[in-house]
Design a protein around this ligand. Sequence first.
Ligand code: V4E
Length: 210
Amino acid sequence: AQIPASIEVERKFVPGPDVEKKLCTLGAVLLEEVTFRDSYYDSPDLLLTLNDNWLRRRQDSWELKHPPQKGARGLKGAATQYMELTSEDDIICRVSEELGVPCPINIESFGLNEFASFVTRRRRFLLPLAEHSNTKVVVDLDEADFGFAVGEVEVLVKTQEEIESAFQKVEEICRQLGVFRETPVQGKVSTFLQMNRADHFRKLVEAHVI
Ligand code: V4E
């Protein structure tokens, strides 16, 4: 059976020195400690990222993050919502639509360029479920190999109706962790671009994507 696409509601934060102690206090458990390489791809004219589509290869799997409604943005701001596609056929379909080209037989055949590649060491924590709640809240503490650390509170939902309460949940957890800020925190890709691809970064800022 096909796995339904999930909507990812998340909020990034600057991990302070006592965030792990706070996680512990909230009863969070360390789920896993993983290290992976992400390589991000776009067309020479940057059509994907300028429309807020993020195609990456994480280790050996392709993934695409895109705004829930075509043409909409992933709600630029402190908290974001993106759809995540992991089936190669779905990704090919979406990318060919975005680029206005016929579907090729595989993703490699789009002839895209790699614009960012870095390794992340991630520690993933799972927060205990509140009573009568069935939403899983995950907190990631990421360290990228270019000297950048970021945290993320994340809730996965299946339907549009669940998004609003997911936003509230994510905000509540950030407050409990003492990391809530009104202003958005830059993620790994944006920071990588700012440091290494100033021109690409500027175009995304001008297009109000980041
Ligand atoms: C840059 C970007 C996206 C691609 C990277 O997504 P991100 O969540 O930063 O990566 P990561 O490694 O944490 O992915 P996960 O393992 O959680 O799947 S998706 C959207 N953007 C743009 C963007 C934005 N406009 N504003 C904010 C606050 N973040 C990202």
